[in-house]
Design a protein around this ligand. Structure first.
Ligand SMILES: CC(C)(COP(=O)(O)OP(=O)(O)OC[C@H]1O[C@@H](n2cnc3c(N)ncnc32)[C@H](O)[C@@H]1OP(=O)(O)O)[C@@H](O)C(=O)NCCC(=O)NCCS
Length: 176
């Protein structure tokens, strides 16, 4: 087979694999698989800069955090997976009364910019609604284009600005 045809077939097969992986993305219970992958994701310099978070300190702290999850009423986290492959995490933190702050980290960079944010946000907001949450905030660097655009296109509006950081807000009951 000519090399060009072979390459075209390979990239078609690759595109098909990615398309089917994207179709199968789901939010699931956060289990040890996500904990293990999080060690890499939350020690990655680019991800830490985008999310404005410090690196994880130790695996022992991470395990203690995981062990405490079930009892928490101020913090909820879900895993994002495709097939059985963990690709990220999303959740609600600082849950207080009817307000919470949303966060999403697609840790596997291969899945950035492929349109997953809308589905993730839709499911996350469904979870928030079930928890009785009415106001969701999100904190993002203004330079984080994907994050800013995904929030705006989902219907988040500007709340306040702190230096390079934009706080956005969303009324769960305002959802069309
Ligand atoms: C931020 C994040 C959750 C967005 O999810 P995503 O699935 O990658 O984003 P999408 O592909 O749905 O794109 C979101 C928007 O950005 C746009 N976009 C995507 N890639 C882009 C790029 N390279 N340049 C400019 N715009 C881009 C999309 O067109 C879309 O805008 P639209 O809704 O107006 O069309 C994800 O990229 C991520 O986890 N990044 C690392 C961690 C992070 O930054 N978390 C958020 C801050 S706390």
């Amino acid at each position: 087979m000519p090399v060009d045809n072979e390459r075209a077939q390979e990239s078609e097969a690759e595109a098909h694999t990615i398309a089917s992986a994207l179709e199968n993305v789901r939010l699931v219970e956060y289990d040890e698989r996500f904990l293990e992958r999080s060690w890499t994701w939350f020690n990655d310099e680019e991800i830490l800069a985008l999310t404005m978070t410090p690196p994880l300190t130790s695996k022992a702290d991470q395990l203690a955090w995981f062990a405490g999850l079930a009892k928490r009423t101020d913090y909820f986290v879900w895993g994002i997976e495709t097939g059985d492959k963990p690709i990220g995490v999303t959740g609600l933190k600082h849950v207080k009364g009817t307000a919470a702050e949303a966060f999403t980290v697609i840790g596997d960079k291969e899945y950035w910019g492929r349109g997953l944010s809308r589905m993730i946000m839709r499911v996350l907001i469904g979870h928030a609604r079930n928890l009785g949450i009415k106001w969701i905030s999100a904190r993002t660097l203004m330079s984080n284009v994907r994050s800013m655009r995904s929030l705006v296109s989902y219907g988040f509006t500007e709340w306040k600005t702190e230096g390079d950081v934009k706080w956005m807000k969303y009324g769960v009951d305002d959802e069309p």
